[in-house]
Ligand binder design. Structure first.
Ligand SMILES: [Cu+2]
Length: 289
């Protein structure tokens, strides 16, 4: 019991750790008060930050709202946990020479039920909400434009399938405003990830399988297409643009690509046909000598 006396002596202020002093409030009450004030400040701060680039697809508002709701739920939890941890470290730290252990902690069934049930509920609600948003923004529309995306170290290539003909190849991604684009994504070599931040869509490009994502561009302009899966030494250079055009301009662009493809195929056919003819002529000329 001599040890106990030493401990009490070393502590100096036993009331600090046991019962709350008059007029000072219970430590748990104070932690929650500090945590609540810090949470309000934290939530206001994160909502003031402009996290995203301009929203250029129909999904942007829904995704941004989902993100804000997640922040409003997550920030107070983080801030409250940190408030309790920091408060405890400062308020209940051991004074020099104090080597005692704290009081043994026994199970508290009610607390345990609460700290399992509350996080489970929060995560389930957020998961259900995310599911609903994802389901909505990925719903396929009947008149969607099909675009194949091919990823290769370290560039993107795009194909526009044509009914009854060869697909149009393009190194540039051009899409029409106001019409859903269905991207079929593949990879030639390693795993890449197709990301258009302004559209709020991201999908892995995996060798051997075809993945999909879709978006309805709603704002004409030029936006980044980014590879967001570390895919090799040139990963950071695997960036291109997507150009969103009003539908008539898009149609003109597609027609021009079709014309260019037709012209180059025609030229190739003429060259192939020309070689044997030229060779035959040369043989005939040689035979007459
Ligand atoms: Cu890549």
């Amino acid at each position: 019991m001599a040890e106990d006396e030493t401990e009490t002596g070393a502590r100096g202020r036993p009331e600090d750790r046991a019962a709350p002093g008059p007029g000072r409030g219970h430590p748990i009450g104070r932690m929650f008060l500090i945590g609540t004030i810090a949470s309000v400040i934290g939530v206001v701060l994160v909502l003031l930050i402009d996290w995203f680039p301009v929203g250029a697809s129909a999904a942007a508002d829904d995704v941004d709202l989902l993100y804000d709701v997640t922040l409003i739920v997550a920030v107070p939890i983080f801030v409250l946990v940190m408030a309790v941890a920091i408060y405890s470290v400062v308020r209940f730290r051991a004074r020099p020479g104090d080597t005692r252990d704290g009081a043994p902690i026994h199970g508290n069934a009610r607390l345990e039920v609460i700290w399992v049930a509350v996080p489970t509920l929060i995560v389930s609600v957020l998961a259900a909400y995310s599911w609903i948003v994802l389901d909505e923004i990925e719903a396929r529309e009947p008149d969607s434009l099909q675009v194949s995306v091919r990823a290769q170290q370290f560039a993107w290539a795009f194909q526009y399938p044509q009914a009854g003909g060869r697909p149009i190849e393009s190194e540039e991604l051009v899409v029409p405003e106001g019409r859903q684009v269905n991207f079929s994504i593949s990879a030639v070599d390693v795993i890449h990830s197709f990301w258009i931040p302004a559209f709020r869509i991201k999908q892995d490009a995996v060798p051997g399988i075809e993945t999909e994502t879709r978006a309805v561009p709603i704002r004409a302009g030029r936006y980044d297409v980014v590879c967001t899966e570390l895919c090799g030494s040139g990963h950071s250079t695997m960036r291109q643009n997507v150009r969103v055009l009003p539908p008539p301009e898009f149609d003109r662009w597609l027609a021009a690509q079709r014309g260019a493809a037709g012209a180059s195929q025609g030229a190739a056919a003429r060259t192939e046909a020309g070689v044997p003819t030229g060779a035959r002529t040369a043989l005939r000329v040689a035979a007459h000598r």
